[in-house]
Design a protein around this ligand. Structure first.
Ligand code: PMP
Length: 420
């Protein structure tokens, strides 16, 4: 079919009638499909069942003699720090291993900055009109943290090379109240883009007015490739050190989508001064993390090679789901001039843009037909997509046939809404 907007009124009416018939058909099917969140499927989780037995009543002591069942070792077992320092591209002295959620660590770090000040100065962020830069479309939970603390959010576009650096540099140069930026550097949520080496270098070296400006570098999808190898990502901490801004970056990661989202391990990596600053809070906060889980992970994965091998097995389960989505989107929407979507090499999401002012209607219509999608607007601060066009697609959880049906419904809804 040619571009929808090139059709005559009569032809448009014909297409609309055909789509209405398909919509009625979907309605009759009584569908109940959910593509709201990027959760691993049960088949992915099964690949990690060995974790449930890798620590047992005869095997709970770490290599350096720590009884993992007991209190203590605030910043994580040495074995876990060794393995996940490699994972994050730092040395073991530059990492803290925490509980099961990196989002939790980001929240706590944010709270520390708000209430106590940073490793650079003792002035807490709260009390002044602070602002944060958010690359959009982006991850809704980052935006929720800013909203929770009353921090104003400023949008910059997410490009295939990362945040629009011209815009970022312009903002941070003169405004001392812009205290940080969120960035998902690899297979970003939801676009799937990976920051280029040039973006990393610019983030590390750009002149910034705020003395304790912080980059929240959420490398949630560090090894989540769909092919054979992860995308290369330049090391931001190394770049920051080189530029004389070692304390500028706080890097987060977790095994939520490597092992189990409910029982993975999370980590924060940063320059030693930041690690010392984070440890001060940890001391006030806890008597020790879940070291049994750390030991489980280290025994199960052994080394980086073990993690990468495991992720290849996951990719074999996930790649067909992404491929199915691309095929359906291309067949239904390709060449019609009403939608564009990303084709990531990894991660958990695809970002779809409809014509302006259509995303909310598309999501509502799909919901009426029994297909739940991430709410329109969720990928923007304050749930406000200025063009009301972005939809995040999360293909990992549904099983393949359900996913194909959900994709077909979505594509039909996009066409129908675009024509009405
Ligand atoms: N960051 C990003 C970018 C994510 O997409 C997610 C999960 N959707 C998280 C963090 C959550 O990580 P965790 O489970 O470690 O809290």
């Amino acid at each position: 079919m040619p571009e929808i907007h090139a059709l005559s009124d009569n032809e448009k009416q014909q297409v609309r009638d055909e789509l209405a018939k398909r919509i009625a058909g979907f309605r009759d099917e009584g569908l109940k499909l959910d593509m709201t969140r990027g959760k691993p499927g049960p088949d992915q989780l099964d690949l990690c069942n060995g974790l449930l037995t890798s620590v047992n009543a005869r095997n709970f002591t770490s290599r350096d003699g720590v009884d993992s069942r007991n209190y203590g070792v605030l910043d994580g077992l040495a074995q876990a720090k060794e393995l996940f320092a490699q994972y994050m591209g730092v040395i073991p002295e530059e990492i803290i291993i925490g509980g099961n959620s990196s989002l939790n660590m980001m929240f706590d770090t944010f709270a520390q900055l708000m209430t106590r000040g940073s490793s650079t100065r003792n002035t807490p962020w709260q009390g002044r009109k602070r602002k944060f830069i958010c690359a959009v479309p982006g991850y809704d939970r980052h935006f929720t943290i800013c909203e929770h603390f009353g921090i104003e959010m400023l949008n910059v576009d997410m490009t295939p090379d990362g945040p629009d650096m011209d815009a970022v540099e312009k903002l941070v140069k003169h405004d001392a109240n812009i205290v940080g930026i969120w960035c998902v550097p690899r297979y970003s949520n939801p676009t799937g883009y990976t920051c280029s080496a040039r973006t990393v270098e610019r983030l590390a070296s750009m002149p910034v007015k705020c003395p304790d400006f912080r980059i929240f570098w959420d490398d949630a999808y560090a090894v989540h490739f769909l092919g054979e190898q992860p995308d290369e990502l330049a090391n931001l901490l190394a770049a920051c050190k080189k530029a004389g801004n070692a304390e500028r970056v706080l890097m987060f990661g977790s095994t939520s989508k490597v092992s189990f989202p409910g029982a993975g391990i999370a980590m924060v990596a940063a320059a030693s001064k930041n690690i010392a600053w984070l440890n001060e809070r940890l001391f006030a906060q806890t008597i020790g993390p879940d070291k049994i889980n750390m030991l489980r992970h280290v025994i199960f994965f052994k080394d980086m090679e073990g993690i990468l091998h495991h992720m290849k097995r996951q990719a074999r389960l996930l790649a067909p789901k992404f491929q199915a989505l691309y095929s359906i989107l291309s067949a239904e929407l390709g060449g019609k001039g009403i939608a564009e979507w990303t084709s990531p090499r990894g991660g958990y999401f695809i970002s779809l843009n409809t014509p302006d002012n259509c995303a909310r209607k598309v999501v509502a219509l799909a919901a009426e037909l029994g297909v739940k999608l991430t709410p329109a607007g969720a990928t923007f601060p304050y749930h406000k997509d200025p063009r009301d066009r972005n939809i995040r697609i999360a293909p990992t959880f549904p099983e393949l046939n359900d996913l194909k049906k959900a994709a077909e419904v979505l594509a039909v809804c996009v066409q129908y809404v675009s024509l009405t």
